[in-house]
Ligand binder design. Sequence first.
Ligand SMILES: Nc1ncnc2c1ncn2[C@@H]1O[C@H](COP(=O)(O)OP(=O)(O)O)[C@@H](O)[C@H]1O
Ligand SMILES: [Mg+2]
Length: 213
Amino acid sequence: MILTLGHTKGGVGKSTLALNIAIERLLAGADTLLVDGDPKQTSISKAIGIRADDRRVPLVPCIVLDHAKALRHQIGLLKSKYQDIVIDVGGKDSNALRAALTVTDTLLLPIGPESVEIWAIDDMLELVDEARSLHDFRVLAVLNRAKPAGQDNADTIAVIQEYPGIKLIPGSVGNRSIFSSAFGRGQSVTEYKPRNRKAVAELATLMLAVYGD
Ligand SMILES: Nc1ncnc2c1ncn2[C@@H]1O[C@H](COP(=O)(O)OP(=O)(O)O)[C@@H](O)[C@H]1O
Ligand SMILES: [Mg+2]
């Protein structure tokens, strides 16, 4: 499956979740390629570089494809060679993001319980609608950086559920420092020690929703 973590808004958790998802697929035995489609914030590439320096297995095949034409072309070539491709791509009016939407099977939108992230949904859906007029793909949303208490999570979920074109993944990913700590070592939260059971369980729920059926 080609999965795109994409959003016109930065800072929503695309790179963090892309890294975790790609490593989980590799740990599950799927031949997986991670694609860094973000020209300015090559955070995925950096994290994978640190992982390589640490000689941590599984090794994570990762390539930078930040130009629209190259991304479309290379993904077209590579999709038969990998069971799974995970693309991390963002930026407002990014041609690479548009290109990723033309080849993806699934788009996963991380959305946080913040007004600015809720407002950004419409912006992103303009691109999605445009891309879906050319080829259909599944659009999933995950509540990321969920708060430990208060009404904001429920309010955000209610807004997402009003969009007929978006399927909200059950559960959520909490706002947990392990996600940034693990990312800084190029690790998924299932690998990182000390373990955080809640984060591991949240990632498992996310994986099941994306790859389970
Ligand atoms: N679930 C989470 N819990 C805590 N911090 C998170 C979580 N998801 C993302 N972050 C943090 O939020 C910031 C933005 O995340 P990032 O994945 O770089 O977003 P994007 O790729 O969409 O720009 C980073 O500092 C990252 O560590
Ligand atoms: Mg990023």
